[in-house]
Design a protein around this ligand. Structure first.
Ligand code: UD1
Length: 431
């Protein structure tokens, strides 16, 4: 299908965003917390769950493994009917990266797990060696082929010290989900420190697990025999919050985000301060107000594991940097191929050159409406951000990527005053 036959977002730019908006629960916390349902036979409930495609796909996967669920009004009610060893259909595994999170709990509960290649955004190689090495260290036999990973632990999992080659987020979560039911003590060294890892660990502790140090470099897990159900509320989505702040900033907006945790956004807020974008905070609100006459200053961004600048905000931030004065640089140190949005940003008139693999963005550029195609979740969000500040009409294709992770980004932006509309392909074709 050519881009012209897809639904698209029609955006008429240069509307100042103004108002208050509530942030949804975190996608990247919802997925590991839902996978934890495989660890218990008791009913559970998860609250503040974002209504996004990745959550729906994971619930479908869990259903194939004996976990019934009902998703209503941002709450998921879970009724296990006996976790069974199995393998989700390959097409579901391929729908999202986090499908691989079934492996840790399946290994721990049933002694075996199997999963086809997980999907996710095309932003680099995305190997699974950290997960595999961790499962092996816990005593599992892991066979890896192009078609699938099969892991078996006929004698159970045994606590040990695992040093991660890289602080992989899903890798850390998968090993937590396995080690909670392993015998003895596991130490994960060089663990990911993302707030979503802490959210998972706190929930597992509520289920009866004994985890300490989550959010630090070393996490210690003392295995237990069984876990009860959970009743947990997810943390706010810091990436959705960051995207909305960046969108507000690029329109010289005045926006109050409610239901956020400002401490999760320190790296973005520090860059805003450098650029000259004031953001006030309370314990659970962020209030951004940009003076349209203020000259914003260039800055340098390095996407890093938490608490560094979030790679998931790198693309939207790059769009914002087209509007600041001077030359900004952006380095991506998490994913090797996460710059596909640059060509699309240039279509709006952005001035971007890449020197020694580092994009240099010269600003401010007056952006003009363009027809552009996002090829992953955050790249598409970046194009929406750019279109909000462009003169005239833009069409942003690749909307299905947004649906995987944002509950309703266009609706939130519209509520803040953006002129943004989802048009179906039929409309496009008749135009
Ligand atoms: C998670 C997030 C994603 C975010 C990313 C980094 C979820 C569902 N997704 O993805 O939104 O962009 O963290 O913050 O939570 N790597 C290896 N070997 C492995 C695993 C990863 O080399 O076994 C590498 C990857 O190729 C990549 C880097 O580690 O270069 C980061 O990946 P990782 O932290 O695993 O990201 P995800 O957990 O997939």
């Amino acid at each position: 299908m050519s881009a012209d036959a897809e639904p698209y977002l029609k955006i008429d730019g240069r509307r100042r965003l103004d108002g208050e908006i509530h942030v949804n629960g975190a996608k990247n916390a919802a997925l590991p917390c839902l996978a934890a349902a495989l660890l218990t036979d008791e009913p559970s409930r998860l609250r503040r769950v974002p209504d996004i495609e990745d959550v729906h796909r994971l619930l479908e996967i869990l259903e194939t493994l004996g976990i019934e669920s009902k998703f209503e009004g941002n709450e998921v009610e879970i009724r296990p009917s006996g976790t069974s060893a199995g393998s989700p259909p390959d097409h579901l595994a391929a729908a999202l990266r986090a499908s691989f999170l079934i492996m840790g709990p399946l290994l721990a509960r049933t002694g075996q797990g199997s999963c086809g290649p997980p999907g996710g955004d095309p932003i680099g190689q995305r190997p699974l060696d950290v997960h595999h090495a961790g499962f092996r260290a816990l005593g599992a036999l892991v066979e890896v082929s192009k078609e699938r990973t099969v892991a078996r632990a006929p004698n159970g999992l045994h606590g040990t010290t695992i040093v991660l080659d890289y602080p992989s987020v899903l890798g850390t979560e998968n090993l937590l989900l396995a080690a909670v039911l392993a015998s003895g003590r596991t130490k994960i060294i060089n663990a990911a420190m993302e707030p979503e890892v802490i959210c998972l660990a706190e929930m597992l502790n509520q289920m009866g697990a004994r985890i300490s140090g989550a959010g630090q470099h070393t996490v210690t897990i003392d295995g237990v025999d069984r876990l009860s159900g959970f009743n947990q509320t997810l943390i706010p989505d810091r990436i959705e919050a960051g995207t909305l702040l960046i969108a507000a900033a690029i329109t010289d907006g005045r926006v109050c985000l409610t239901g956020v945790n400002p401490a999760h956004l320190e790296s973005l807020l520090a860059k805003f301060a450098e650029v000259g974008i004031p953001v006030e905070r309370t314990s659970n609100q962020l209030i951004l107000s940009v003076d349209p006459h203020a000259e914003l200053q260039a800055t340098n961004i390095q996407a890093l594991p938490y608490p560094g600048f979030a790679t998931d905000l790198q693309a939207p931030m790059t769009a914002l940097l087209t509007q600041v004065t001077g030359i900004s640089t952006v380095q991506e140190r998490v994913f090797e191929d996460r710059f596909k949005h640059l060509d699309e940003l240039r279509k709006f008139g952005a001035s971007i050159v890449v020197k020694k693999s580092v994009p240099q963005i010269k600003g401010p550029s007056r952006l003009s409406g363009a027809n552009v195609l996002g090829n992953d979740i955050r790249a598409t969000a970046a194009l929406v951000v750019a279109a909000l500040s462009a003169d005239g009409e833009s069409r942003v294709y690749g909307v299905d990527h947004l649906d995987r992770a944002y509950a309703d980004l266009p609706g939130q932006l519209r509520a803040l005053g953006a002129d943004i509309e989802l048009l179906p392909s039929a409309d496009t074709l008749t135009n």
